[in-house]
Ligand binder design. Structure first.
Ligand code: DC
Length: 233
């Protein structure tokens, strides 16, 4: 065990990492619901930094201003009755819809490449590890934030399949996008997330990798659930 483990007060953590639109969010929510555990959507924190920067007119490469912004992010996640997703308040303002826009995701990918921003968000992410357990979704959950997680999953899917899923997701929310634009944005984000020097998107050595291109959500959840039966008992 390293010092990170003791900092996490032995709470059980499952990490679900993978590229954009690989299904992490949905799978995380379904597994957390079955287990009755907490959720960390770490991408939302990077998205919130990008939104806060926009709100305060801070450039996405202004390291000196982004560090304190990320460290003191005034954010609240509120469970809304009957809704699947949490309502997200940034400085008291409802940014739930804004948060999911592709432009926000792109800004998030830019600020996420900065080590000062990643460092500023590290302890905030670890604080989500509360009893009875946490399912954490992101890019570096298994490699950096929760290296001693009991189960580490790395989800992948082809860029085309991910673009198709994201297209349906955004369309359902009434946000206008085109498949071609999405494919380009996904390729650009993959490139940035995988090739940055700070906590790049790579599977942890002990992660179980799962290509979900040809799998339904139920099949992925079943697979993971079997893993939970083995590792959590
Ligand atoms: O999962 P998402 O699309 O909401 O994430 C938005 C961006 O944030 C993504 O392009 C990369 C970045 N990110 C990250 O670098 N590390 C994480 N743990 C989560 C997200």
């Amino acid at each position: 065990m390293n010092s990170t483990n003791t900092a996490l007060n032995n709470t059980l953590v499952i990490t679900i990492d993978g590229p954009t639109a690989s299904g992490k969010g949905t799978i995380t929510r379904l597994i957390a619901q079955r287990l009755g555990w907490h959720i960390l959507d770490s991408g939302a924190l990077y998205r919130l930094v990008a939104l806060a920067a926009q709100k305060h007119q801070i450039a996405l490469d202004d390291i000196a201003s982004l560090q304190p912004l990320a460290a003191h992010l005034d954010v609240e996640f509120v469970a809304a009755e009957g809704a699947e997703e949490m309502v997200v308040l940034l400085e008291g303002e409802d940014v739930t819809l804004e948060l999911r826009k592709e432009t926000t995701g792109n800004g998030a990918s830019k600020v996420a490449a900065l080590p000062v921003v990643r460092g500023a968000l590290l302890e905030r992410q670890r604080a989500f590890a509360q009893s009875p357990g946490l399912v954490a979704d992101g890019r570096d959950m298994g490699t950096v934030v929760f290296p001693s997680a009991v189960i580490k999953i790395f989800l992948t899917a082809s860029a085309e399949e991910r673009a198709r899923r994201r297209y349906n997701q955004l369309k359902d929310k009434g946000l206008g996008v085109t498949m071609r634009g999405l494919l380009e944005e996904i390729a650009e984000r993959d490139e940035r997330d995988m090739n940055r020097s700070a906590s790049p998107l790579v599977p942890a050595e002990d992660a179980v990798e799962l290509d979900t291109s040809a799998l339904s959500i139920e099949q992925v959840v079943d697979h993971l659930w079997q893993l939970c039966q083995v590792r959590l008992n």
